[in-house]
Ligand binder design. Structure first.
Ligand code: SF4
Ligand code: FES
Length: 272
């Protein structure tokens, strides 16, 4: 039998063996990065540009680490950007990449890899742009407005008891699943960055819904929604007009239907 050509289907019944590409051809990615520089909220800011060499398996943040090592080696100031867990959990790492919050994949910036780009690409990197998220430095924004929205929700007055008591409290499966879905919000702010109105309602709705569905969240349910939305507006975020860009950009698939659920609680609060 003749030698099988790479990529050809194997004879019937034989396993398909993946033929690795040449390592060197697989690894190299040379890109031009256009990154935002800004010295504080009042500085008008500007783009700078330079080439970065990395490999396709690097994460996007590792590519920025390489950029900063190059800048540092030349005695230049590194570009400020935020990150913490680098595992898609903490929500710290948001960047607008080529115009999209978190870039071309539906994931967090830290979980984006350079294989999503081509050798020779030019990549534009900007901070979240919203009145509610002032730029602190370069690509870092102040997202403490989200903390104040959560804080405005206040505490729950019921005694939840110890862990065994929590297990003894019956919660309908459908509510438990929805509450869990809402609790997946990591507060990254991509929903705000994607919204033409700069609205933070998807985030706020996730926080309102995840407590509002549980028995322990009932006593303050209506006032919590009212106070959190008031704080949302005071922080300078825009109103929701159901455009839906927020849910498209959300790396945790928080659905826009949560905003309808928030509005129901809001009506309850307003009628009290
Ligand atoms: S709703 Fe989604 S996009 Fe908005 S803060 Fe939460 S996780 Fe991020
Ligand atoms: S660094 Fe934590 S989610 Fe990206």
């Amino acid at each position: 039998m003749g030698r099988r050509q790479p990529g050809a289907d194997p004879p019937q019944g034989r396993p398909r063996i993946r033929i690795r590409r040449d390592e060197a051809a697989e690894l190299q990615v040379r890109i031009t990065v256009e990154y935002w520089r800004q010295n504080g909220p009042t500085d008008p800011g500007h783009f700078e540009s330079r080439q970065v060499e990395t490999d396709e398996h690097s994460s996007f943040l590792e590519m920025l680490d390489v950029l900063n090592e190059d800048l540092f080696a030349e005695g230049k100031e590194p570009v400020a950007f935020d990150s913490d867990c680098r595992e898609g959990i903490c929500g710290q790492c948001g960047l607008v990449i080529n115009g999209d919050p978190h870039g071309p994949e539906k994931t967090t910036t830290c979980q984006l890899h350079m294989r999503s780009f081509k050798d020779g690409d030019t990549i534009t990197i900007e901070p979240w742009r919203s009145t509610g998220f002032p730029v602190l430095k370069d690509l870092v924004v102040d997202r403490s407005a989200f903390d104040r929205i959560i804080q405005a929700g206040g505490y729950i007055s019921v005694n939840t008891g110890a862990a065994p008591d929590a297990h003894a409290q019956p919660v309908p499966k459908v509510d438990a699943d929805l509450a869990f879905e809402a609790a997946a919000c990591i507060g990254c702010g991509a929903c705000v960055a994607a919204c033409p109105n700069g609205s933070g309602m998807l985030f706020t709705s996730a926080k309102v819904v995840h407590l509002g569905l549980l028995p322990q969240g009932q006593p303050e349910r209506a006032t919590r929604a009212l106070n959190m939305v008031r704080q949302h507006d005071d922080e300078g975020f825009g109103g929701c007009t159901n455009i839906g860009e927020c849910q498209s950009a959300c790396p945790k698939d928080i659905p826009i239907e949560f905003i309808s659920m928030l509005n129901k609680d809001l009506r309850l609060g307003a009628s009290k």
